[in-house]
Design a protein around this ligand. Structure first.
Ligand SMILES: [Zn+2]
Length: 124
């Protein structure tokens, strides 16, 4: 893949806007998930006083579920941040694996995409 057609400025501006919106949404979600984890942590501390509290296992699974969501949100946010760092340079919109141009419709669906569809499939 040697296609080096740069993205049109208008498309880039739209993708940048989409990334900024995503970053704001993901940051907000991260705050909510952190607050939920705090609540569960507090409830677990209370439940720990009674080892046989039946709520204990529910709280553990709540914790795992929310922590999993938070980790996923955090890694998406990192990808969005990385995309925003790349977007001013020529590297944005290029596949990190093969160097080819990532299809515009893929970027529109997922502006933080780091790989073209072929590489994404090959890696999954
Ligand atoms: Zn690729």
């Amino acid at each position: 893949m040697t296609d080096a057609t740069p993205l049109p400025a208008g498309t880039l501006a739209e993708l940048r806007h989409a990334l900024l919106e995503r970053r704001a949404t993901l940051r907000e979600r991260l705050r909510e998930e952190a607050a939920e984890l705090d609540l569960v942590r507090g409830a677990r501390a209370d439940a720990a006083d009674d080892e046989h509290d039946p709520e204990g296992s529910t709280l553990s699974s709540d914790w795992s579920r929310i922590a999993g969501l938070r980790d996923a949100t955090r890694s998406r946010l990192t990808a969005v941040d990385r995309a925003l760092e790349r977007i001013d340079g020529a590297a944005y919109g290029r596949c990190l694996r093969c160097g080819g141009q990532i299809a515009v419709d893929r970027l529109e669906a997922r502006p933080e995409a780091e790989h073209c569809i072929d590489c994404a499939r090959a890696m999954s």
